[in-house]
Write a new protein. Structure first.
Length: 283
């Protein structure tokens, strides 16, 4: 296995095109454990962290650009970003430990393709987009369209994520991400719930509800969103949100959580995340 450290997107693109079986990485917090547990080594391991564009965050004219390889610790310590997108920040902030977060990236969290990736549900709730570079140039797609199943991506051979784009939310919008893990630290979510709401007075005018870890990919829950929109997040609406989230959950059964438990927790977390998002929207 060879190691390459390109300094431009074009150089990385050429390395990928010229070396079949090569693979990009950012923090390698998924890649290295996977190779150590027997996954085949790539022909060339391409380090994305030397490319400035992938390592920076910018906010310009209401438009955020977040480098795909930037350490998540830099994003969670960005006070301006955390105040606008507390849910995305808390999702990224759940990844591993401080040591992991000094390496881990949003691009790696998404492109590892885990249904339990903590930063993904809140990114989808804020309609984040992924800018993808490949042999034919660049294209932009919703983050929601990148992962197609566990470990499966819609990216073609030779493509990689350069950065994420997110627009500033409308006034009186708040988001939140809550997860459930069997252990309190250093564990993977058995359910994650992200909610984003926009409020007009006491009334919710827009909502997005996204669950993680309860299906092959993160899933939006349109019935929960419909229950929130037009409501004041009263008990009846929240009960509908919980029921819709539980109904949308199609989790696996394993030693970390039974199907029945995960289905119930999905409803509870969706409801709690909705309340927290609304509190933030109205603060
Ligand atoms: C101890 C420990 C605890 C963890 N805890 C959590 C947790 O609580 N929550 C959680 O969600 N995850 C957790 N993880 C998993 C991991 O840390 C995260 O998924 C992390 O965000 C991966 O980022 P990375 O930059 O290290 O990815 P890498 O390991 O560099 O890459 C991961 C995958 O994505 C691909 N990739 C990377 N960047 C790009 C790109 N820009 N474009 C296309 N493909 C790309 C790589 O080829 C690889 O397939 C944990 C890992 C460890 C070791």
């Amino acid at each position: 296995m060879e190691y390459a450290a390109p300094t431009t997107v074009d150089e990385a693109r050429t390395l990928l095109a010229d070396n079949p079986g090569s693979r990009v990485f950012a923090g390698a917090t998924d890649v290295v454990p996977q190779m150590r547990s027997g996954r085949p080594e790539p022909s060339v391991l391409i380090d994305l962290k030397r490319i400035d564009r992938l390592m920076s965050v910018a906010h310009d004219n209401g438009h955020w650009t977040i480098g795909a390889a930037m350490p998540t610790s830099e994003l969670t310590s960005n006070g301006e970003f955390a105040s606008v997108f507390p849910g995305i920040s808390e999702g990224a902030g759940w990844i591993g430990s401080d040591q992991i977060q000094n390496r881990s990236s949003l691009g790696g969290n998404l492109c590892n393709g885990s249904p339990a990736a903590d930063s993904v549900p809140a990114m989808i709730a804020s309609e984040a987009r992924a800018v993808i570079a490949g042999t034919d140039g660049e294209r932009t797609i919703p983050v929601a369209d990148v992962v197609t199943g566990p470990g499966q991506l819609s990216l073609a051979d030779g493509e990689f994520v350069v950065e994420f784009e997110i627009e500033d939310p409308p006034a009186r919008t708040g988001d939140a991400y809550i997860r459930m893990t069997p252990r309190t630290e250093m564990d993977i979510a058995i359910v994650g719930a992200a909610v984003r709401v926009t409020m007009d007075g006491d009334t919710c005018t827009d909502a997005r509800v996204v669950l993680g870890a309860v299906a092959p990919t993160a899933v939006r829950v349109p019935d929960a969103e419909a229950a929130l929109i037009g409501s004041s997040l009263d008990e009846a609406a929240l009960a509908e949100v919980a029921a819709a989230a539980s109904a949308a959950a199609n989790p696996i059964n394993d030693k970390r959580g039974t199907i029945e438990y995960r289905v119930q927790v999905a409803g509870v977390l969706a409801k709690r995340a909705a309340v927290l998002a609304a509190e933030r929207a109205c603060a």
